[in-house]
Design a protein around this ligand. Structure first.
Ligand code: ZN
Ligand code: ZN
Length: 128
């Protein structure tokens, strides 16, 4: 379920559920459901250890994250983010809901993102 271009995706979760040890499912308030693998989210960690704070360059080598990484614990940070403890010992990353929604790996969102990129400016502040 994708809103027409120009409308904001909901970044408010109405339900968050761990599925087994290696997946988490978020139901957004607009009815969209996102399912993330632990290894996928871990590779998108934006903490200071994983992304260079000054340059924004990734410091994390995605291949070093095992495919079978699991979630030891997940907790809410205020009302805006999730904090995970991963089975590789990493736990410094905070995932704001807006980032999680943007990371939704489902086919619809992946396609929508590709269209956004090819069709030009959606958000003037994101451009130089
Ligand atoms: Zn990190
Ligand atoms: Zn999606």
């Amino acid at each position: 379920m994708i809103p027409p271009p120009g409308t904001e995706f909901s970044t408010r979760p109405s339900a968050i559920k761990k599925i087994g040890a290696a997946e988490i499912q978020i139901l957004w308030s607009d009815g969209h459901m996102s399912t993330y693998r632990a290894s996928y989210l871990r590779r998108h960690c934006r903490c200071a250890l994983c992304v260079d704070e000054l340059t924004g360059r990734p410091r994390l080598v995605p291949e070093t994250i095992p495919e079978d990484l699991t979630i030891l614990s997940v907790e809410l940070v205020g009302q805006y983010a999730l904090h995970f403890q991963w089975s590789d010992g990493h736990s410094t990353g905070i995932y704001p809901f807006a980032q999680l929604r943007a990371l939704c790996p489902c086919e619809h969102c992946a396609n929508a993102l590709r269209e956004d990129r090819s069709e030009g400016p959606l958000d003037a502040t994101a451009r130089e």
